[in-house]
Design a protein around this ligand. Structure first.
Ligand code: CP
Ligand code: NVA
Length: 314
């Protein structure tokens, strides 16, 4: 059993993408590629032997649950899964108390929850690294996987253009952080009334261009990406959003305006016929299955980095 006191350096959390600097993101992505290569060659990579990951889900998940759980077992560790309904969180135990208790027994904690302030409160009372497995505001593990996927298919993303089509949600704001950190341009097109909030754009304004017309946002893009029109927690807005987002469906015409080598990504789960056509998501430019798989490789590298720091290449 290893605890936070055995970690190298100060306690690090990953609550948003910019909790890592550019150099650290580059390191984690290189390490993810190495870990993936070993996985594909059936070579064991058990750097987190005897470590325990606790996962706390206050929202549903398929990819995040499976990728963290399989990834931690492959690293030689073990996993405990908690949800709101099967833990005392669902019976009003304060999040701070949950963090205090769980972090005395495990080595790293992944939490998927609602407001960013909730994961911040959790992290403030945790003795071990806390990883954001999605909040209303950010989804940084997904973007690590997406950048890894882009690099695998097309090389460095610096200097490229990413088009975000649809809701100004947790994915959009995390792409915005990625663009600023890694030096690429972000084109965003959202329906009126669903735009990015000016105060959350901040210094990322220099890498951001906003478009009323989603087709224009796709012009020359090297990556076109979207997400559901209604994120978890916003289901009461579903009907209004279906109407407002009707023209923000990524289709073959939008893809034809992008760079001829453009990729299509979607964090999944997807709704074919809403935010993307079946033709695009199941078409030759789509890399959504690689993107989903890369969640696991990227998160293995992330957990290793948060617990062990930088390692030699083996
Ligand atoms: N992309 C993603 O986070 O998927 P899940 O909601 O299935 O975890
Ligand atoms: N924006 C979506 C992503 C799901 C993985 C949501 O928050 O529901």
């Amino acid at each position: 059993m290893t605890q936070a006191s055995n970690q190298p350096g100060p306690l690090r959390h990953f609550l948003q993408l910019r909790d890592l600097n550019r150099d650290e993101i580059d390191y984690v992505l290189r390490r993810a590629a190495l870990i993936k290569d070993k996985f594909k060659r059936y070579q064991p990579h058990m750097t987190l032997h005897d470590r325990t990951l606790a996962m706390v889900f206050e929202k549903a998940s398929t990819r995040t649950r499976v990728s963290f759980e399989a990834g931690m077992y492959q690293l030689g560790g073990s996993v405990i899964n908690l949800t709101t309904s099967d833990s005392q969180l669902g019976r009003s135990e304060p999040i701070e108390d949950t963090a205090r208790v769980v972090s005395r027994m495990v080595d790293v904690i992944m939490i998927r929850t609602f407001e960013q302030t909730r994961i911040e409160r959790f992290a403030a009372h945790s003795r071990v690294p806390v990883i954001n497995g999605l909040t209303n505001e950010f989804h940084p593990c997904q973007i690590l996987a997406d950048i890894l996927t882009y690099i695998e298919h097309r090389g460095d993303i610096a200097g490229k253009t990413v088009a975000w089509i649809g809701d100004a949600n947790n994915m959009a704001y995390t792409w915005l952080q990625a663009a600023e950190l890694l030096g690429f341009k972000l084109h965003v097109s959202t329906p009126k009334g669903y735009e990015l909030e000016q105060e959350r754009i901040g210094t990322a304004a220099s890498v951001l261009s906003q478009f009323d017309d989603p087709r224009q946002a796709c012009e020359g893009a090297h990556l076109v990406t979207t997400d559901v029109w209604t994120s978890m927690g916003y289901e009461s807005e579903n009907e209004a959003r279906r109407k407002a987002f009707a023209n923000w469906c990524v289709d073959a015409d939008m893809m034809s305006r992008a760079d001829p080598q453009a990729l299509f990504m979607h964090c999944l789960p997807a709704h074919r016929g809403e935010e993307v056509t079946g033709e695009v998501i199941d078409g030759p430019q789509s890399v959504v299955w690689d993107e989903a798989e890369n969640r696991m490789h990227a998160q293995k590298a992330l957990m290793e980095f948060l617990l062990l720091g930088r390692l030699d290449q083996d």
